[in-house]
Design a binder for this molecule. Sequence first.
Ligand code: C2E
Ligand code: MG
Ligand code: MG
Length: 406
Amino acid sequence: MGGNGDLSVMVVEDSAVQRLHALDLLANLGVGKVLEAENGRHALQVLADSERPDILLTDLEMPDMDGVELIRHIAEKHLARALIVVSSRETTILSTVETMAREHGLLVLGIAQKPLSYDNLSLLLGKFRPDEIGRGANEREHAFTLDEIRQAIVEKQLVLHYQPKVTTHSGVMRGVESLVRWQHPVHGLVAPANFIPIAEEGDIIDLMTDWILETALKQLRDWHARGLTISIAVNLSAKSLSTPDLADRVAAVTSRIGIEPKYLLLEITETAVMSDLALSLGTLARLRLKGFGLSIDDFGTGFSSMQQLSRIPFTELKIDRSLVHGASEKPHLHVMLQSTIEMGKKLHLTTVAEGVENPADWQLVRLLGCDVGQGFYVSKPMPGDSLAAWLKQGTQHLRPPRPNVG
Ligand code: C2E
Ligand code: MG
Ligand code: MG
């Protein structure tokens, strides 16, 4: 294992035997710098006089200050860049801690069951990518101003990438989701989390949405002209949903570009809908009446009930990555995923699993009867002119294994 020489890791573990075991493994893995502590409070003391480690590797149950409390401190004071939790407790507890750490903005490399093994630790360390840190929603590399973002729209620095949505039973592409990026002259390709929230606060999200709709629909017209009759999904922000003329604007641009409404799907998060229910419901009803598809995005992260959902005219349910990723290994996720798919079916919605990253999760979503899958295992988002080449290269790995005949 090369490449660990620059890594610094702090081990927090109350059992001396297990702490030594971890330090031993780290040495074998070639980790250059290590710190150690026997509980959370001790760790904070050590960190007060040391350089910030890349990775905090911590136990959960420890005297004086436990791992949960420590993780909160670490996240709030930015005392480490990434986290590995080592524990022998049940997966529901570990998942809760994992979610908590993520919510606090920490990069969670993973959870390791005790006893820590060389292979497992090696795998987790390998997930540490310093260049990916800071591009997330929680830690902004660079805070853009509203003027810069407005300028980016005017100077056409925004670009759309497209991620395929593929049927799980046949591997056929149903459509794509359009995802906006900012091709910044200095900062490179900037993720939407770094500028959409600012655009929303500053009331230029409508300007941006209009550009995104127009660009996506033109791309779709191009694909249709070449015989690729797929649909396209565009994300709408909560702010746009509560502008009273949204449905008319969407209808106007769609007809101007010459696309039938049934090929445009609007993705809206459940929290967006609930944030201004009265206005949103009006907009959603009008969009549906005009024949557009409506998709509920990131489902499973908010708190809507089946009853609330059944009152909104959605056509598609997109199950959030947090319920999909790892569901083939984690029984509690499996159960939630299964019941979410069942609920979607009862409401006659097309079910879509987001964030499918590996073959095991892909098999599972198919087995559970989810209609469509999306995620890195299918394809990463790509520029529009790469789609044809991607299709040509084939989606065999997405088809179910052929039954043995004869
Ligand atoms: P979303 O609509 O839930 O989009 C899916 C996000 O998950 C995308 O991130 C996509 O690149 C990422 N993703 C897809 N498959 C995988 C996977 O297998 N693993 C992992 N780890 N991630 C995966 P992206 O492009 O950074 O977009 C983030 C969010 O920003 C979107 O979440 C959406 O809410 C928002 N967004 C993106 N484009 C637009 C837009 O044009 N307008 C608005 N209003 N919001 C947008
Ligand atoms: Mg989406
Ligand atoms: Mg989503």
